[in-house]
Design a protein around this ligand. Structure first.
Ligand code: ZN
Ligand code: ZN
Length: 263
């Protein structure tokens, strides 16, 4: 499986991805925002784009569909529940579906609501597992729930699905927010040495060459995967005394998300 991450260089800091079969060169584009840019990168690598996948319906993940379809005739895949909102979707996806690219790539569809109601992540299993997670899991953070989402659903997606994946899973999110999210982790957990150590390098890094984290690393630096941490809970109680001394994980997640909204 070949992966090309494409930095959109926009204010929202989007990442787009090309995933290609190393034998046939057939490729799938994830979340094209700038269609021209995706087409150019594909050409430079001799990839033939045959499919487009939108993780969810937000325009910064779909705006490039039309240009890529026009240039390549690619078919468009998206969550069955988001197909009407996106328009032009050829294949509606549900949990457990498999997306094949060429002869060598198989991606499993995860149904991962929370950022929006109809959001998919794609999982490559095997020796080098990889997760393409749109606006669900970010490096050191979690997607917001402002535009059609639900923090309770996002919590369930995190705990029941994403946190269960192998530690070696590489994380490929829809936006580059690593340094900003690390600052939030450090604000919530000042004694987190892993987050502090990663922050210095993350700040100095060009977004186009930002590090690719693994799930094991996320569990050390992402407050939304550290819901049992005593320091996080203690500092959360300063803001929300009503949660008590032993809040459940869902409460911790939802309150962290609430704080992050205004942070
Ligand atoms: Zn979004
Ligand atoms: Zn987005």
């Amino acid at each position: 499986m070949l992966i090309e991450r494409i930095w959109a260089a926009n204010e929202l800091r989007n990442f787009q991805y090309l995933i290609a079969c190393s034998q046939t060169g057939e490729a799938l584009v994830i979340d094209p925002l700038n269609g021209r840019q995706c087409l150019d990168v594909a050409r430079a690598h001799n990839f033939t784009i045959t499919q487009i996948l939108n993780t969810h319906e937000h325009l910064d993940h779909t705006a490039g569909n039309a240009e890529v379809v026009q240039a390549t005739g690619a078919s468009v895949l998206a969550h069955a529940g988001a197909a009407r909102l996106i328009g032009g979707v050829d294949r509606g996806l549900t949990r457990g579906d498999v997306v094949k690219i060429g002869k060598t790539v198989e991606l499993e569809v995860l149904d991962t609501p929370g950022h929006t109601r109809a959001h998919v992540c794609l999982l490559a299993r095997g020796d080098a597992p990889a997760l393409f997670c749109g606006d669900t899991l970010f490096n050191a953070g979690a997607g917001n729930c402002h535009n059609g989402g639900d923090p309770g659903l996002l919590y369930e997606t995190f705990v029941n699905q994403l946190a269960q994946l192998p530690d070696a899973t590489r994380v490929y999110p829809g936006h580059e927010y690593l340094a900003r999210n690390l600052a939030f982790t450090i604000d919530r957990e000042p004694n987190n040495a892993d987050a502090a150590g990663t922050y210095a390098t993350a700040r100095a890094q060009e977004p186009a060459s930002a590090r690719i984290t693994t799930l094991a690393e996320e569990k050390r630096i992402n407050a939304f995967l550290r819901l049992q941490n005593p320091e996080i809970i203690a500092r959360l109680r300063e803001k929300f005394p009503g949660i008590g001394a032993t809040p459940d994980a869902r409460t911790v997640f939802v309150k962290l998300r609430e704080l992050r909204n205004k942070w």
